[in-house]
Design a protein around this ligand. Sequence first.
Ligand SMILES: Nc1nc2c(ncn2[C@@H]2O[C@H](COP(=O)(O)OP(=O)(O)O)[C@@H](O)[C@H]2O)c(=O)[nH]1
Ligand SMILES: Nc1ncnc2c1ncn2[C@@H]1O[C@H](COP(=O)(O)OP(=O)(O)O)[C@@H](O)[C@H]1O
Length: 183
Amino acid sequence: MNVSLVVFQGPSASGKTTLQAVLGLPRIVTWTSRAPREGEIDGVDYHFAERETLERMMREGRMLETSEYRGHLYGTSLASIEETARGGGLRSIVLDPSGARVARELLGERALLLGVSASRAECEARLLARGSDAAQIAARLAGYDEEIAALEGCDLIVRSGEGGLERAGEIVRALRPLLGAGD
Ligand SMILES: Nc1nc2c(ncn2[C@@H]2O[C@H](COP(=O)(O)OP(=O)(O)O)[C@@H](O)[C@H]2O)c(=O)[nH]1
Ligand SMILES: Nc1ncnc2c1ncn2[C@@H]1O[C@H](COP(=O)(O)OP(=O)(O)O)[C@@H](O)[C@H]1O
């Protein structure tokens, strides 16, 4: 397989970010207009910015793609992609289904679309543990069915169910030698 980008996709709190860390590739840091959660670091988890900043970047042609998700703007900048170019080419990113489609269009089979799935109840419990309030949980889970249906477009779906994090991690780690050098 000659893969240059692994795209993690799945419902909120399914475990995308956790499994991305397990895979351990250089991560493309994307932009968001949402506020940082406790423990999230600007420039590491996301580039956090005002919506106006992101809209200006779009107008100036500095965004590869953008997406509206639950009232906030998210996007991948051309600079974010260049930042990780030093990593030998092979890298990973977390995107919603629309972003994943762009990756597929641009890279074809060099994008490996990796879906992460968990039950609604599991996602809900994790959102609760993450400190989300009832309104935030409802907003995040409103798209659950659609996000599960969108996993259909992935190359591979890994289930990250309760107590199954180690197993899901093993499966993701096992992919590493199959990915090729990328370019
Ligand atoms: N299209 C696109 N989606 C993104 C980007 N960055 C993050 N996302 C997606 O935005 C959604 C919301 O992310 P986030 O606020 O971190 O919430 P979480 O999924 O609940 O952890 C997720 O589906 C991410 O995959 C981006 O640059 N482009
Ligand atoms: N299989 C799992 N079992 C239990 N907890 C998990 C599992 N996968 C992820 N988590 C926890 O759930 C929360 C959400 O995971 P995260 O990777 O941030 O999800 P996402 O990036 O999809 O929103 C985190 O606190 C993480 O530690």
